[in-house]
Design a protein around this ligand. Structure first.
Ligand code: EPU
Length: 421
């Protein structure tokens, strides 16, 4: 097995280019099922979650033609109705095939989603939405099986009991070609929701209000092909900002939308980093010691849960006592035991972590428990004294394009190595 090895304690300098957003790409790819034409998608992140989706789509008959390093043409005109490949059950975004297949074929059979383990991850709000739109839905043998009673979904008013990114986007997918108007109340407002709406509208859909908590989708009879460029990844950008905050240095994070990063940069400024908005880039500089801060994760525009492990890592070397409250997922502190192996002083009680900053972390053998926990281990390794070895790095490869080369470009001593048996 391959592990990541980091010789820590080097400050980071230079420029880093942010890739397309994972959580937008994994919804936009299934959205191409709905399109009667060729979609050219630019700024596609080269990550394993995207490869798993593309493989499954190709298996269903989608024509997939890479046209450059980051652009792909997708032609779903000859898509066949069949169950997506089993590997889809390993990623969270497999649930978007439910909405996309219902919209395209009027039926869907999709493995129950996998992804990172944060305790219970229900999809009841997705299924409630599909049912309201006229689908019979059951869960059997580890699959979601759904069928539109009239062959085509119809519009409906759907109130989400929890603000759910996945349910909001899945219902948008199902509604794009449904008959009539769908209203999603208490919708999530993340940048990737606006990106999916923009993609669908670029192909001829009529989605209004994305980015607010009420989204209206006026169903159309068909979508046409076109070109679309995926937004930059808010969390990848935030991860590099956190890495510089923790390790120190001066870095220009390029190809970002700074307003998507406000909750993160505001917190890093509060902690003592200098952050400059450069239009389509953010410059971060950290010289002195970081200060403690309190953080609570929330749906957008709040502080993103997907940055929680990275900010906890920064706070573990900040002066003073910080409290981080996880308000989105039930159990997203599993990685803390790994940080403790590196000398972090963190006490977790339910949904809160109390962090007493230490002078420095020290390198250790740790594992990437999940995608963002893996990113947190990398940040810990970069700022720690000595050598850190991170196992189970496939989690990190799910969501960070070229992580090693990007960090090497900033002067980090980070490389892959085969684990000794
Ligand atoms: N929830 C329900 N019922 C549902 C759906 C969600 O109770 O039907 C609850 C969840 O248990 C959770 C909360 O609602 O407590 C929010 O869940 P949400 O549906 O928003 O999460 P998701 O769509 O499954 C996406 C991202 C996650 C990110 C969350 C929150 C994708 C593929 N995944 O998950 O990203 O943490 O939104 O922003 O878009 C990551 O990228 O590392 C990652 C885990």
């Amino acid at each position: 097995m391959t592990q990541i090895v980091i010789h820590g304690g080097k400050r980071l300098f230079g420029k880093v280019e942010i890739s397309g957003a994972k959580n937008a790409a994994v919804a936009i790819l299934p959205a191409t099922f709905l399109v009667d034409g060729i979609c050219r998608i630019d700024n596609m992140p080269q990550i394993s979650d995207v490869s798993v989706l593309l493989e499954s789509m190709a298996d269903m008959g989608a024509g997939i033609t890479p046209v450059s390093q980051v652009a792909t043409e997708i032609d779903c005109r000859d898509l066949r109705y069949r169950e997506p490949k089993a590997a889809m059950g390993e990623i969270r975004a497999s649930y978007y095939f439910i909405g996309a297949m219902l919209g395209r074929f009027g039926k869907a059979k999709v493995p129950m989603p996998g992804g990172c383990d944060f305790g219970v991850r229900p999809i009841d709000q997705h299924l409630k939405g599909m049912r309201a739109m006229g689908a019979d839905v059951k869960v059997e043998d580890g699959h979601v099986v759904a069928e539109a009673r009239d062959g085509r979904l119809h519009g409906a008013n759907i109130y989400l009991d929890v603000v759910s990114v996945g349910a909001t986007m899945n219902i948008m997918l199902a509604a794009a070609l449904a008959k009539g108007k769908t209203v999603i109340e208490n919708a999530a407002r993340e940048p990737h929701i606006v990106d999916l709406a923009n993609f669908l509208n670029a192909m001829g859909a009529d989605v209004r209000g994305a980015g607010t908590s009420v989204i209206r989708v006026f169903g159309v009879d068909s979508l046409h092909g076109g070109s679309y460029s995926i937004i930059p990844d808010q969390i990848e950008a935030g991860t590099y900002l956190a890495a510089v905050a923790a390790a120190g240095g001066d870095v220009l994070v390029q190809n970002v939308i700074p307003r998507h990063l406000f909750s993160i940069t505001a917190k890093l400024i509060e902690m003592g980093a200098e952050v400059l908005d450069m239009g389509d880039a953010v410059r971060i500089r950290r010289e002195g010691k970081l200060h403690c801060a309190n953080v609570k994760t929330m749906p957008y525009p709040g502080f993103p849960t997907d940055m929680q492990p990275q900010i906890v890592t920064c706070l573990s070397v900040a002066g003073g006592i910080s409290m981080v409250t996880e308000d989105v997922w039930d159990n997203r502190f599993k990685y803390v035991s790994e940080l403790q192996k590196m000398g972090a002083n963190i006490h977790v009680d339910g949904k809160s972590a109390v962090i007493q900053g230490v002078e420095a972390l020290s390198g250790a053998a740790v594992r990437a428990c999940d995608l963002r926990a893996g990113a947190a281990m990398v940040i810990a390794g970069l700022c720690a004294k000595g050598t850190t070895r991170i196992r189970e790095i496939h989690h990190i490869q799910r969501g960070y394009e070229g992580l090693l080369s990007k960090l090497q470009g900033l002067g980090a001593e980070i490389f892959e190595q085969e684990e000794a048996e």
